[in-house]
Design a protein around this ligand. Structure first.
Ligand SMILES: NC(=O)c1ccc[n+]([C@@H]2O[C@H](COP(=O)([O-])OP(=O)(O)OC[C@H]3O[C@@H](n4cnc5c(N)ncnc54)[C@H](O)[C@@H]3O)[C@@H](O)[C@H]2O)c1
Length: 350
C-alpha cells in the first residue's frame, strides 16, 4: 500500500475534483475534508470516497457550482436548499451562517437538504468549537439504501445516522464525539470480508435475523445492528431521533430515495458558551474533566481511558508525521482518474 503525505493527497484529490468540474472552493472543501478523515483514522470517509463523488458528478447527481439558497429563516434559524451541491461545501456554509447567528442570538440552528454526502460529521461542530461555541450536527445518511435494522427487526430500515458534538476546551486534542449510531461502520464489515476474518457477535444479523460472525452475510440480505448490543434499543432510538431531525424536520422524508440520488439531510445547532458562563472558565473545566476521566485506573487489558476525540488526535499526529497508507485499489482509481483527465504527469502519478 502506498504511503502518501496529507498535503500531496489533498492536492491530488482537489485537482481530480476540479477536473471533474468542481470550483476551487468546492474541490478544496471536499479534498481537505476527505484527507482530514484519513488523518483521523476514519479511512472509510477518506479519499476512498473521491472516485464515488466523481461518479456522482458524471451521473448528474452532484451539481458542481450549484448555488445553495435560504428557503426560510429567522434570527435564530435557517433552512437551506443545497440544490445538489457538494455536501462538504454546502454544509460548511450552513454552519458558518449558524455560527454567525449564534454570535448575536446565542443559540441558532439550521436544517440542510438536497446536498450530497457531508463526509465525516465532526468537521461541522468543530467549526463552532473553534469559535468558543458548542456545536452539534446530525445526518441521516442520505436516504441511500438502508444498512441498520431497528432493534427487534430483521430488515434494514435505518441509516448509520451519525451524531457529533464538539465543545471548546484548553486541551491540545479537541474534545468531541463523532459516531455512527450503528454497532459498527459498514466499512468495517467489508474489511473483514476482504481479510476473511470473523466478526464479533452483535455487529450484524443475517437475512433470517440470526446473529452471525460471518461478515459475508451482510451483503446476502443481512443488516447492521444498532449501537448497544443487547441494549440495542438505545442505539435504535438514537438513530430514529437523528432521522426525525434530519429526514422529517428537513422535509426529506424517511426510507430509501427512489431515484438513488444521495441526499444528505442535516440538522445542526450552535450554543454560545458565554451566554451560559464565562468561556475561559468553561474551557478550563472541560480540560480538567478530561484529565479526571483519564486518571481512572485502567481496567484489565485496557490501554487506559481516552476522552472523546483523543484517539483521532493521536492518529492524526502519527499520520501527519509518517504519511497515510492508501489501499492499492483506491490509489489505482485515483491514478486512473488522473490519466482520464490528462493530469497524471503534473500530479506525478504517471
Ligand atoms: N456522513 C455520513 O452519512 C456518515 C454516516 C456514518 C458515519 N459517518 C462518519 O464515520 C466516522 C466513523 O464513525 P464510527 O461510529 O464508525 O467511529 P468509531 O466507532 O471509531 O467511534 C468514534 C467515536 O468514538 C470515540 N472513540 C473511539 N475509540 C475510543 C476509545 N478507545 N476510547 C474513547 N473514545 C473512543 C472517538 O473519539 C469518536 O468520538 C465518523 O467520522 C462519522 O461522522 C458519516
Amino acid at each position: 500500500m502506498p504511503i502518501i503525505q496529507a498535503d500531496r493527497l489533498t492536492r491530488i484529490g482537489a485537482a481530480l475534483l476540479k477536473a471533474a468540474g468542481a470550483s476551487d472552493e468546492e474541490a478544496n472543501a471536499v479534498a481537505s475534508g476527505c484527507v482530514n478523515a484519513n488523518l483521523a483514522g476514519h479511512d472509510s470517509h477518506g479519499v476512498i470516497a473521491i472516485p464515488t463523488y466523481i461518479d456522482r458528478v458524471k451521473a448528474g447527481h452532484i451539481v458542481p457550482g450549484a448555488k445553495w439558497t435560504i428557503v426560510q429563516e429567522s434570527p435564530t434559524t435557517t433552512v437551506i436548499d443545497g440544490h445538489w451541491g457538494f455536501g462538504f461545501h454546502v454544509n460548511a456554509k450552513a454552519m458558518e451562517l449558524t455560527i454567525a447567528k449564534a454570535k448575536t442570538a446565542n443559540v441558532a440552528a439550521c436544517t440542510v437538504f438536497r446536498q450530497s454526502h457531508v463526509g465525516r460529521l465532526a468537521h461541522y461542530p468543530m467549526m463552532a468549537m473553534r469559535e468558543g461555541m458548542i456545536g452539534l450536527a446530525t445526518a441521516d445518511s442520505g436516504r441511500s439504501p438502508k444498512h441498520v435494522a431497528p432493534f427487534g427487526g430483521r430488515e434494514a430500515r435505518l441509516g448509520t445516522n451519525p451524531i457529533s458534538i464538539a465543545v471548546p476546551s484548553e486541551l491540545e486534542a479537541p474534545f468531541y464525539l463523532d459516531m455512527a449510531t450503528s454497532a459498527v461502520a459498514a466499512g468495517k464489515i467489508a474489511l473483514a470480508v476482504a481479510r476473511r476474518e470473523e466478526i464479533p457477535t452483535g455487529w450484524i444479523i443475517d437475512a433470517e435475523g440470526r446473529q452471525t460472525t460471518d461478515p459475508a452475510q451482510y451483503r446476502k440480505g443481512g443488516a447492521l445492528l444498532p449501537l448497544g448490543g443487547s441494549e440495542g434499543y438505545k442505539g435504535s432510538g438514537l438513530a430514529a431521533m437523528v432521522e426525525v431531525l434530519c429526514g422529517l424536520l428537513t422535509g426529506l422524508g424517511f426510507g430509501v430515495e427512489p431515484t438513488g440520488r444521495h441526499n444528505d439531510g442535516c440538522f445542526m445547532a450552535v450554543f454560545n458558551v458565554a451566554a451560559f458562563r464565562p468561556l475561559k472558565d468553561f474551557r478550563r473545566e472541560v480540560a480538567e474533566f478530561a484529565r479526571y476521566l483519564k486518571s481512572t485506573p485502567p481496567s484489565e487489558g485496557s490501554r487506559g481511558v481516552f476522552y472523546p476525540g483523543e484517539i483521532e488526535y493521536l492518529r492524526e499526529q502519527e499520520r501527519r508525521k509518517n504519511g497515510i497508507e492508501i489501499e492499492d485499489a483506491t490509489w489505482d482509481k485515483l491514478r486512473s482518474l488522473a490519466g482520464e483527465y490528462r493530469i497524471a504527469k503534473e500530479l506525478d502519478l504517471a
